[in-house]
Design a protein around this ligand. Sequence first.
Ligand SMILES: Cc1ncc(COP(=O)(O)O)c(C=O)c1O
Length: 395
Amino acid sequence: MTHLTRRNWLKTGALTLTGTALLPHMGVSEIPRGSVRLNAQGQILHSPFLKEYLPMAALNAPALKAKLNANENPYGPSPKALEALKKASVTGNRYGWRELFALIDKLAEKEGVTPDHIMTGPGSSDLLEKVGMLSFIQGGNVVSADPSYMSLIKVAEAVGATWKPVKLKDDWSHDLDAMEQAIDSNTKLVYICNPNNPTGSITDAEKLRAFCKRVSAKVPVFVDEAYLDFIEGGEAQSMVSLVAEGYNVMVARTFSKIHGMAGLRFGYMMAQPEYIEEVQQITRGGMGISQTTIAAAHASLEDQEFLLMSRENNTKVRNHVVKSVTEMGSAPAPSYTSFIIFPIAMEGKAFLDQMYGHQVGVRAFDFWSQDWCRVSMGTMEEADIFLETLTKVLS
Ligand SMILES: Cc1ncc(COP(=O)(O)O)c(C=O)c1O
């Protein structure tokens, strides 16, 4: 089933009368496991607003010259992390609990919380999904922006939640007032992705802090900060201080982005100790993390030089791509992340097929009656391959 092409899938007559179908997980990165919902046009239906064109070629993709479709860090993992990982491999016969607890202690110190505020997982997806599952076992609704990152929302919907999407504002920030108004007696959680994926945009930290303080008195607020490290001085914009102050706020972080460890899988979440305990009673957070990954994460946290290099190069490449795309006549959304999104004057499916045809992997979305390209910031060389290909495809 995993190897089924969309055409074959359509031939099987799997489309329902309502024009939607469920397609098993197709190895498209960042798309939650399980199944994806397709509309009659063969687009992945993330939400009423957000549709994604399916990269057919990705299924049998030849090696990509520029893999810019999953917001991975092209420089990682850090050399120190790799060294630690190799050393740790010889203790692979042992469970890594002791090392994991030491890592949690280190993270707690960095974040200004106590270790019982932290839960770890193989990537933050794991934590988003666990929260999504546990929060909605008895139904209810979840409020989040649209478009936004769909991992938690998809799981929440799968276990019976209703999703209340709130359109981003024209300046690309979360519409916090409208989100607050959308909360009702059935709302179990508010999800905020800041900076947001797939738009790259940011919501003002002070406004968000005030929102979290007010709203968390009624319902928990989950803030996904996967891309915060790409902002210089980004720590000041984190909502983690609210966790330390006792608010019912959860903050998720990942080592998949600035740490360049997407394939090694490590993420963590900070929340009130009672909540962490509640989740851990059902599922132990650290069980899915390998000894080698724990060692790599320890070392990566110490490698300030690598983290700084990753951030600076990301900014340099992003400025270059934004400038070039703007000169080509498009208008990228303001990005604070390792990717940008911009409108394309071409049908998204044809665009995606042509980009993959030139061995350049990107993403194409359809929202607000417009087709968009989302491209990750690879190396400068990959960025130039992307820009050259973009010029060919769009001309
Ligand atoms: C906003 C956001 N949150 C969470 C994740 C999950 O990352 P991971 O499971 O690799 O930690 C991603 C991945 O792209 C993301 O974009």
